[in-house]
Design a protein around this ligand. Structure first.
Ligand code: AHR
Length: 540
């Protein structure tokens, strides 16, 4: 038996034996979960489970796009293994082409006959990581082999909606209108619809979601909030709709910068020249937990610190929501967290061309899981989330190079959490002793257990993270307002906190069945140390 599988089985056995009640009495619990089946918080938008793909490093080239003539198995140029995996986890939306790249991108370069598409310097050419590359490949000089048609076909092949980010920094607003026209004008109606047909699609793409710039406070133009608000008004005032209910996303703050949000919203909603555009639906927020160490080199204190920094997304959601509500009284605009994840120093990328590529450990899976749980707890505030980024990048679901491919622990998180999509979020309390730790000489605290719950028909999905790297939690779960008839459990954890999947051992970290006992209407389950779990309750 493989060493890791042995350890995992041993840990499961310990966990299972802890569930056995002594002398018929319920065992002492370390942690509690209480779910209110009759207190719905709102529908969990499936769009919270989206992904982000940018023309950076190995995301597109060597990642999801291998080209039609590649020896690597592909569907019209799309890496087949990646597409096959994505179909299993129901990805609802994918953001593209950036990121910072978006504000340097001319969509016209990526449409029309392949042989005529121009080559231009990629935005990330300036990145020190790119400077060290000997080969001046597609990461440096963008070949535009992958453009709008290829991206939309990718989305269609996995059943996802496209979410496009328009260039506000370096293209005129008319080009935004024309990109919408290229994507959405009816077959045969415009010259751009004919160009689209030549590219393979008579039918319009009906793209609903459009970002109006990206990080406009930084790489997207270095604007002041008032100046960006003027640009936003201009770019979004008249966009051809072709019957599509466009959903426009404004470029929100750097992390939790409240000043940016105050000043933008004041200008848009609060000024004596208010802006009333029903298509303005989303306010983008980016939150990275940036760390000055490599993804695989860390000790206990960093395990907790990274989780704590990712957990800060809840504060951001609450703070931003409260500021937005001061101006947008009816909350017509909701939050779109379209970049998030732990971001480490270079050194674990699988190929030098993978700028910002990094390994993904079980710790990162917990960070992703606690972020998704946070979104689930705020269904009225957050309408979309896209993880940064899908492949060969910061918080990837996949790592691949040439013909080698693996799914990271993050892939399994999205698989385990998919049951929440479209469910009714339920009020739930998770309690366990806090974790106290020291990081860089400062004492700090993190919750021991947190999670989310949702209901779809007669199934309640509960997901939870045990942040404690060393102690399993014997947990008692109670459901108010309904009866539990059956329970099944799944857990993702590892013998060592640095564990991750490699080309040699691609299944080192993967979900395993978790024993959960139903007795007296309650569930007793031992949640392994440093794990994320899913419990599915059949209720009546
Ligand atoms: O995801 C990498 C980069 O991080 C994105 O291009 C940018 O939006 C953010 O700063």
């Amino acid at each position: 038996m493989h060493r890791r599988h042995f350890l995992k089985t041993a840990a499961m056995a310990t966990a299972a034996s802890m569930c056995v009640s002594r002398g018929g009495a319920a065992p002492q619990a370390d942690a509690f979960i209480e779910i209110m089946a009759d207190e719905g918080l709102g529908e969990i938008s499936p769009l919270l489970y989206g992904q982000f793909t940018e023309h950076i490093g190995g995301v597109i080239y060597d990642g999801l796009w291998v080209g039609e003539h590649s020896k690597i198995r592909n569907y019209h140029g799309l890496r087949a293994e990646l597409v096959d995996h994505l179909k299993k986890i129901h990805v609802p939306i994918v953001r593209w082409p950036g990121g910072c790249f978006a504000d340097s991108y001319n969509w016209r370069d990526g449409v029309g006959p392949l042989a005529k598409r121009p080559r231009h310097a990629n935005f990330w050419e300036v990145e020190p990581d790119a400077q060290r590359l000997h080969e001046q490949g597609p990461q440096i000089f963008e070949p535009n082999e992958f453009g709008t048609d290829e991206f939309v076909r990718f989305c269609q092949s996995i059943g996802a909606e496209p979410y496009l980010a328009a260039n506000v920094r370096s293209l005129p607003s008319l080009e935004f209108d024309h990109w919408v026209e290229y994507c959405n004008s009816p077959a045969g109606s415009t010259s751009l619809a004919e160009l689209r047909a030549e590219g393979g699609s008579h039918d319009p793409y009906k793209v609903r979601w459009w970002g109006v710039g990206n990080e406009s406070w930084g790489c997207g133009g270095n604007f002041l909030p008032e100046d960006y608000a003027s640009e936003f008004r201009r770019y979004s005032t008249w966009i051809p709709s072709f019957g599509v209910d466009l959903q426009l996303v404004g470029s929100g703050p750097n992390d939790n910068d409240l000043d940016w949000t105050h000043r933008f919203f004041e200008n848009i909603f609060g000024s004596n020249h208010p802006y009333d555009n029903r298509h303005f639906k989303g306010w983008s927020v980016h939150h990275y937990a940036a760390h000055g160490e490599q993804a695989l080199r860390f000790e206990d204190s960093s395990w907790y610190q990274v989780l704590k920094e990712c957990d800060y997304v809840e504060q951001i959601i609450e703070d931003q929501w409260s500021v937005m509500g001061q101006y947008d009284k009816e909350h017509r605009v909701r939050l779109v967290v379209d970049e998030y994840g732990p971001w480490y120093m270079e050194g674990t990328e699988l190929d030098p061309t993978h700028i910002f590529g990094q390994q993904v450990t079980v710790r990162d899976a917990l960070a992703t899981a606690l972020t998704l749980d946070t979104f689930n707890r705020h269904p009225e505030k957050v309408c979309m989330g896209t993880n940064a980024q899908l492949v060969n990048n910061i918080n990837a679901l996949f790592l691949c190079h040439e013909d080698k491919f693996l799914a990271t622990p993050n892939y399994h998180v999205f698989g385990m959490y998919a049951g929440h999509q479209g469910g009714q979020a339920l009020r739930a309390n998770f309690s366990a002793p806090n974790i106290h730790f020291n990081h860089e000489g400062k004492s700090s605290t993190l919750w021991g257990l947190n999670g989310s719950a949702s209901r779809k028909g007669n199934v309640i999905t509960v997901t939870a993270v045990n942040a404690d790297a060393h102690s399993p939690k014997l947990t008692r779960l109670k459901l108010r307002g309904m009866n539990i008839q059956q329970v099944t459990g799944t857990a993702l954890f590892a013998a060592d906190m640095h564990d991750h999947n490699t080309f040699e051992d691609p299944t080192a970290v993967q979900p395993a069945t978790l024993r959960a006992d139903l007795s007296g209407g309650e569930v007793n389950v031992t949640i392994p140390a440093g794990s994320l779990v899913k419990l599915e309750l059949t209720v009546g």
